[in-house]
Design a protein around this ligand. Structure first.
Ligand code: SF4
Length: 310
């Protein structure tokens, strides 16, 4: 398929690539510049089943998760609709130039809480699902959110994307500690929305759970997660914690990760452990932008090809 010359994937209004990292596994990470001097990250993941864009909706993030580089660096501002569309277009064209393929999936799992920039998110989803040559099925788009109940309900009615809920803790008290900005939307309000969330066919809600050594990774906590999700058509995506400079959190040992997943499965939940893509290019969100403020020579990853384009 040739590069498009009109519509969403056209070359008009691209964002400048300030920095590009290419992992040995094909994952590409871009730092994209904005007119006011800010920047956002976008990741292009090449997986056997699909080429996927991982998109940002905010510069920084107000939720302040303690395990997240973006959360630890604070919130700057929302992206505008034009900036989001330009980000999608820039990443899509980068993918096409590298592989000859257009995106088959999109996940809003980059910088920011998408439901806090909701109108802009909806605009981006509308463009992705209605673009020419090609567009994405709404069932191939995931919006990762801490779960803002009224907006989650509106997302469900829109049928523009499926949700991925960032749970990360088996109870409210621990969730408040590691996701302080999410305490405004307590689990007691979120879970009823998840139980009645409209899902087509055999689809399920993805529940994301960062596994942090000694904090939320015991078998007893797996049992609490199972009880919490009673009545939710859910599949649990377990994500070993990425190391973040200045954070006390670490990933559990592989045996504990597998033990947590096994306990969930024994109880009847579908649970996967997410494979880490692009580990040699600091693939968790906010790290590339954070690298910009570090002295030269601190970047990691001997297998990484890195290109500074500013
Ligand atoms: S994990 Fe997501 S919601 Fe939490 S601070 Fe990072 S970007 Fe924000």
């Amino acid at each position: 398929m040739n590069p498009c010359t009109s519509g969403l994937w056209s070359p008009q209004t691209l964002l400048p690539v300030q920095k590009r990292q290419v992992s040995s596994d094909g994952t590409r990470k871009l730092l994209l510049g904005l007119d006011d001097g800010q920047s956002v990250e976008t990741v292009i993941m090449s997986m056997p089943k699909a080429h996927t864009l991982c998109l940002s909706t905010q510069v920084g993030c107000p939720v302040g998760c303690t395990f997240c580089r973006t959360g630890r660096s604070g919130f700057v501002r929302n992206l505008t609709p034009d900036e989001l569309l330009a980000q999608i277009r820039t990443a899509g064209r980068e993918l096409h130039a590298a592989t000859g393929r257009w995106p088959e999936r999109a996940v809003f799992m980059g910088m920011g809480e998408p439901l806090l920039n909701f109108r802009t998110l909806l605009r981006g989803l509308e463009m992705l699902t209605t673009a020419r040559d090609p567009h994405l099925s709404w069932r191939k788009i995931l919006v990762s959110t801490v779960g803002i109940p009224d907006r989650l309900e509106e997302l469900g009615r829109s049928r523009l994307a499926l949700p991925a809920i960032s749970l990360h803790a088996p109870d409210q008290a621990l969730r408040d500690r590691i996701m302080p900005g999410a305490s405004r939307w307590p689990l007691s309000e979120l879970l009823p929305v998840l139980r009645r969330y409209p899902l087509p066919g055999r689809e399920r809600i993805t529940v994301e759970y960062i596994l942090i050594e000694g904090l939320n990774d015991s078998d007893g906590q797996a049992e609490q997660v199972f009880e919490l999700l009673a009545g939710v058509r859910a599949k649990v995506n377990l994500i070993p914690c990425n190391p973040v400079p200045g954070s006390p959190h670490a990933s559990p040992a592989p045996q504990r990760i597998e033990g947590f997943a096994r306990r969930l499965r024994e109880l009847g939940l579908t649970a996967f452990v997410r494979r880490s893509l692009g580990p040699d290019i600091l693939a968790s969100c906010g790290q590339l932008r954070g690298e910009e403020s570090r002295p030269p020579g601190n970047a990691s990853g001997s297998a990484t090809r890195e290109e500074q384009t500013t």
